[in-house]
Design a protein around this ligand. Structure first.
Ligand code: FES
Length: 161
């Protein structure tokens, strides 16, 4: 067993567990828009400690991270990174990912409680505090196309082992 810190909370997981599974065990909400295949931003984490105790990045993970606008040298995709040692601490980027603009329909006329993020690039679609309008939702319709393309690609891939 290894202990992973998700923000300030410790989570015990078996060795070689995906960081994603540690997040889920720690009650983190993770969308996993691509189904854990290393193609989206929705399981993106920043590794604050113990990065050398994670499995190395695969070419697929490297490529997906390059798409992220909010990437840092410490960025990992939690569905691809496996826990190999103690002392790993991760932090989830702030904000809420959407998979479809339909998710915003019920929020029209309200202020975003946090940043609303693109599920592939992590770009901020609606800033925290901004009012969500119908016209803004229409402007964001490309998100639905991006997600459809990502899911079609995901369907052709097997999960990284
Ligand atoms: S769930 Fe999509 S990259 Fe991890």
């Amino acid at each position: 067993m290894k202990r992973v810190w998700v923000a300030e909370d410790p989570v015990e997981v078996p060795t070689k567990t995906r960081v994603l599974d540690a997040l889920l065990a720690g009650q983190c909400q993770v969308k996993m828009a691509c189904g854990g295949k290393g193609l989206c931003a929705t399981c993106h984490v920043y590794v604050e400690a113990g990065g050398e105790k994670l499995s190395p990045k695969t070419p697929r993970e490297e490529a997906a991270i390059q798409m992220l606008v909010n990437k840092k040298p410490t960025s990992r995709l939690s569905c691809q990174a496996k826990v190999l040692g103690e002392g790993i601490k991760v932090r989830v980027p702030t904000g809420r990912y959407i998979e479809s603009t339909v998710e915003l329909e019920s929020l029209v006329g309200r202020r975003a409680e946090g940043n609303i993020l693109h599920p592939v690039t992590g770009i901020i679609l609606v800033e925290e505090g901004k009012i969500i309008t119908r016209s803004r939702i229409l402007e964001l319709s490309a998100v639905n196309v991006d997600v459809a393309e990502m899911k079609a690609r995901s369907a052709t891939l097997v999960p990284a082992s």
